[in-house]
Design a protein around this ligand. Structure first.
Ligand code: NDP
Length: 683
């Protein structure tokens, strides 16, 4: 249990130990009560040595396979899940309601677990990843190329924002650690106590190699002075700070990768078809309300600009104003509270100042930022603010609305006169993380989404059919990219396995296939092949890349084709009608079914006895290349192409290169056969 009576003295975990700052500790206040929660300082700590320590630790991560790293993340995620009540209890101090805390804490752990399982499903159990196909660079297959991805040898430094102390860390750590790179996390000071607690619990599991995760609670000091071209910096926060850090001489001089996620004036558009009598209108109002009030509007994806058909201005304004008036603002732990506090009194001052700037081109039509009404708590000691709605009658001229991010429960109504203009208004935000559109009309969806997409990392379409299943405008998902162009920072995070690439170097490797196979762990045409024992008789322990079987030839007769047709019901004319087949531009007469070829190929290469091959689970990249006529003879070459033992099972996947050829050597069909094979087999 946590001791709430004492402010926590936050420590940094650097170079294998928890360390105190050597300067004056700064108090961090509970967002809703003003009580001191924690104190923070990291001055005087040796950041150069912390980076060096992290870089050394990279070797231990790189020694693990991707699946081993994924299982490690899964175990950490499960351990955090068991302790989440502690995180939720502390999260209240950040001003977040339990529902807000769910987004941050459960959302963060969920992202970690999603990566852990997706990586094992989608990536090989290896230390190197490949990208794309083998490129043959010579006619005789003696020189080829393959793109590979290897972990960078530096440290990933994550400078995070105050609004998601848990998710903000875990959504970056998941792809980062999976890629095999160590990390240093620097949470925003205001809510660093929650990040510190989670890091303590992660380290306490003992699952991470020492140095894979370090933490700075306080200023990063001179850390950026020690950046190299192998390090990565990710930043989430204000555009001003982000741009300042991105322009650091060492980051520019070393071309250090810098991913930025900054201010974003996300929009939500009501389609011209979504009049007040449609379900889309109600869904739109619900979504805008949710996104303005969740986490008191302190979400990078929150809806700031509400773009509506001019004819619906009154209806939308009245619907939103009525709902805003009902939002109970108060202590986050209070059951009646719908919206908690902003992160700090300073943050509330910033939001009020931003509203004043917005008023240059917009008027307040609901809410009053200067008179706070609370259902519980103290309106002055807590950073409370009721929702505020503004209206800009001339959106194209209201520049501040497209420039100023009021990072609180604030939205501005912007009427449009045509779908083109709706797109133009959204684009004035100069690039955002996400926009959403509420429409039930396919032509509206096509026109507006294609107009919005170049300015956004994500676009969500809402309508009646997805009302129950939609994940919503505001939720970045682990499998989808998160980031936006231009003003939003130009960065990209998450996106499933794409997210690992930010921590890896992509290299084109050229060479002879035998040596490429040694580098990539995948056999390619031209590499060594070995005949002998049928490869289906070999367990994973015995199987080698390049093990193969070259089968006998089997003649295909007209009777085979007719039998296959009547047996399967596939009596397509090209197999059954000589004249019709001849009239087809591709054929000279009746041809064998493609699936007959695949079936007969299996009949040729399969070794039928019980053995280590457990199951066939699919075929990839199947192509039929030459027609097969009655009288042609087919043979198969099946070669072991990739071996992926599962880290947590007694079997693994084996990918086989399958080539079906005719008696004259021409290629009839090519594909990968996918099988499950036992690690050991005592037949
Ligand atoms: P900042 O840009 O000030 O801080 C973001 C992160 O950068 C924090 O971890 C902060 O640490 C760190 N930082 C600040 N200065 C430096 C520096 N010189 N060197 C290294 N790290 C530094 O943003 P805030 O958190 O104060 O938020 C300000 C505004 O940013 C918000 O009001 C909002 O408009 C916007 N914002 C946007 C977000 C988005 O995702 N779109 C998310 C959060 C904020 P420390 O806290 O210790 O200063």
């Amino acid at each position: 249990m946590l001791d709430a009576s004492q402010p926590m003295r936050l420590q940094s975990y650097l170079c294998g130990a928890w360390r105190d700052g050597r300067g004056a500790y700064k108090p961090l206040l509970d967002a809703a009560t003003g009580a001191v929660v924690a104190e923070i300082d990291a001055s005087g700590l040796d950041m150069a040595e912390a980076l060096a320590h992290g870089r050394r630790a990279g070797a231990a991560l790189r020694a693990m396979t991707v699946h081993e790293r994924a299982l490690m993340l899964k175990a950490i995620g499960l351990a955090l899940l068991e302790q989440k009540d502690d995180f939720h209890a502390l999260s209240l101090a950040t001003g977040a309601t339990p529902k807000d805390g769910w987004i941050d804490i459960d959302g963060g752990i969920g992202t970690l677990l999603n990566y852990a399982s997706k990586a094992r499903r989608e990536l090989p159990n290896s230390r190197v990843l490949t990208d794309g196909v083998t490129e043959a660079l010579s006619p005789d297959n003696s020189f080829s190329a393959r793109h590979i991805l290897t972990p960078l040898r530096g440290v990933a430094v994550h400078i995070n924002a105050f609004n998601f102390p848990v998710w903000g860390m875990l959504e970056k750590l998941a792809p980062n650690l999976l890629a095999g790179m160590p990390a240093i996390v620097k949470p925003a000071s205001q809510t660093a106590y929650l990040t510190e607690l989670v890091v303590r619990r992660i380290l306490a599991t003992g699952l991470l190699p020492e140095g894979a995760l370090q933490l700075v609670c306080g200023s990063v000091g001179d850390m950026l002075d020690h950046m190299t071209g192998q390090d990565v910096v990710t930043f989430t926060g204000s555009a001003a700070t982000g741009q300042m850090l991105k322009a650091h001489p060492e980051i520019i001089g070393n071309s250090t990768r810098f991913t930025m996620e900054a201010d974003s004036l996300n929009a939500c558009i009501l389609g011209p078809d979504a009049t007040p009598d449609t379900p889309e209108f109600d869904l739109f109002i619900r979504e805008v309300m949710r996104e303005i009030t969740a986490k008191a509007g302190q979400k990078c994806t929150a809806i700031r600009r509400v773009i509506i058909p001019r004819a619906q201005t009154g209806a939308v304004r009245d619907a939103l104003a009525a709902r805003m008036a009902e939002v109970a603002v108060g202590l986050p732990g209070d059951k009646a509270t719908r919206m908690g506090a902003l992160a700090s009194l300073a943050q509330r001052d910033d939001v009020r100042a931003a509203i004043a700037r917005l008023q240059a081109g917009a008027e307040i039509v609901a809410g009053n930022p200067d008179a706070v009404r609370v259902a519980s708590g103290d309106a002055e000691r807590g950073a409370f603010l009721n929702p505020v709605l503004l209206y800009a009658d001339q959106p194209l001229a209201a520049h501040a609305v497209h420039e100023v991010e009021a990072f609180g429960p604030v939205g501005t109504l912007l009427p449009y006169d045509s779908p083109d203009q709706a797109i133009e208004i959204a684009a004035l935000g100069k690039g955002s993380l996400v926009s959403s559109l509420f429409t039930n009309a396919p032509e509206v969806a096509e026109e507006i989404v294609l107009g919005l997409a170049p300015f956004h990392g994500r676009v969500m379409i809402g309508n009646r059919d997805s009302a129950k299943s939609s994940t919503g405008h505001g939720s970045p998902l682990p499998m989808l990219v998160h980031g936006g162009p231009g003003r939003a920072g130009g960065g990209e995070e998450l996106g499933g396995m794409r997210g690992l690439h930010h921590y890896m170097q992509r290299s084109a490797v050229q060479g002879t296939p035998r040596l490429l196979a040694a580098v990539t762990g995948e056999w390619t045409k031209g590499a060594n092949s070995h005949d002998g024992t049928h490869p289906f008789r070999k367990s994973l322990a015995e199987l080698r890349l390049g093990d193969r079987i070259v089968t006998e030839q089997r003649e295909i007769t007209l009777a085979d084709i007719e039998h296959f047709a009547s047996f399967t019901g596939d009596t397509f004319y090209a197999h059954m009608d000589e004249d019709a087949a001849r009239a087809n531009p591709f054929f000279e007469g009746r041809v064998a079914h493609g699936y007959l070829i695949v079936s007969f190929a299996a009949g040729l290469f399969v070794q039928p006895d019980p053995g280590p091959v457990l199951a066939n689970y699919g075929i990839d990249n199947l192509r039929f290349l030459t027609p097969v006529y009655p009288g042609n003879a087919l043979g198969v070459t099946l070669t072991c192409k990739a071996i992926n033992p599962r880290a947590d099972a007694d079997y693994g996947e084996v990918r086989w290169d399958c080539e079906v050829t005719k008696q004259d050597g021409s290629l009839v069909a090519q594909y990968d056969v996918l099988t499950m094979v036992a690690k050991e087999w005592k037949g």
